[in-house]
Design a protein around this ligand. Structure first.
Ligand SMILES: [Zn+2]
Ligand SMILES: [Zn+2]
Length: 326
């Protein structure tokens, strides 16, 4: 950890149990990879092949993999979890990231920055051939996409509500796209104009706010200015900085939600009165609670967004909003 990456020759691994051997078509770099390399997640087993978001082609099935309906030649994506027991209460109810036997690709097992990798078919999503021609565009969906989609799910966003995305880097821009695809009114906030303009350039952010130098009162005033006199229903924090959390707490309405996605290395000092006076809900999002279904939904959303035809999903979301309020 903390040393430069090196390229080495290693044997092609052999799949055992339900494992699948895949040939990597595209693997994308996540901010977590940088933290792993820098030692930000503490000491890990080295040497280690990093990388946990990719699109790959199935090369070989392990002896128990056939039950998962995946064939040699399929193009697949998987979230980063492996080796879940699939039987414990955590697996069945909370999600694979809570299983005591779970391993994380690129962190405590070999990841995707290699020609070949072993993946767990329990979380795999088969990508339709017609959609597989741009694997580099799809790879980030399997970490960044899942993460922000889960944040939107946990926020229980309703059609027509306003969501603020605080931090408009790669993760934040993905959150802005998905929230826009769901029909929400989206405000992107950041201290960098370049990131904000990227959200505006693709017409996914309705409004952008540069928060540089704005104190809580000014943040409230600016938010109301761009949101018809109201604070936001939900603030999703996609920045790993403490000030981003203070921004979120300032601009969210009474009984609104602050969803934590970006994880600062420092503790977040929270003014308890601000949280309690506004009765803010604080929600943490450890990737995805419903994993495979979520990933498949996500893939559908992504494909719809690519087609600029999110109507089908918006209709479903609207139905969900209606049934939730009944
Ligand atoms: Zn990641
Ligand atoms: Zn389990």
């Amino acid at each position: 950890m903390g040393k430069p990456l090196v390229i080495e020759q290693v044997p092609i691994p052999e799949p055992t149990g339900r494992q699948i051997l895949v040939k990597v078509k595209a693997a994308s770099l996540c901010h977590s990879d940088l933290s792993i390399i820098d030692g930000g997640f503490g000491p890990l087993p080295v040497p280690l092949i990093v990388g946990h978001e990719a699109v790959s082609v199935v090369e070989k099935l392990g002896p128990d993999a056939a039950a998962y309906g995946i064939k040699v030649g399929d193009v697949i994506g998987t979230p980063l979890w492996q080796d879940m027991c699939l039987q414990c209460a955590d697996c069945r109810t909370a999600g694979p990231q809570f299983c005591p036997t779970m391993q994380i690709m690129g962190m405590n097992t070999a990841g995707y920055f290699a020609e070949y990798a072993l993946v767990d078919p329990a979380t795999a999503v088969v990508i339709p051939p017609a959609r597989a021609e741009r694997p580099s565009a799809l790879a980030p969906v399997f970490c960044a996409g899942i993460t922000v989609w889960d944040a939107l799910e946990r926020a229980d966003l309703k059609p027509g509500q306003t969501v603020a995305v605080v931090g408009a880097g790669g993760l934040g821009q993905t959150a802005v796209q998905y929230a826009h695809g769901l029909g929400a009114n989206v405000i992107a906030l950041d201290i960098r104009d370049e990131q904000l303009l990227a959200c505006k350039a693709d017409n996914t952010a309705d409004e952008i706010v540069n928060t540089t130098g704005l104190d809580p009162a000014a943040l409230v005033a600016r938010t109301k200015e761009v949101n018809n006199g109201r604070l936001v229903d939900t603030a999703i924090v996609c920045s790993g900085t403490v000030p981003a959390y203070n921004t979120a707490l300032a601009i969210v309405k009474a009984e609104g939600s602050v969803v934590a996605v970006g994880l600062p290395h420092q503790p977040i000092p929270v003014h308890a009165a601000m949280v309690s006076v506004k009765a803010i809900k604080y929600v943490h999002t450890p990737n995805s609670r419903s994993w495979v279904p979520t990933t498949r939904e996500l893939l559908l959303i992504f494909l719809h967004l690519q087609d600029s035809s999110a109507q089908r999903f918006r209709a479903r979301w609207a139905h969900r909003g209606a049934s939730t309020s009944c």
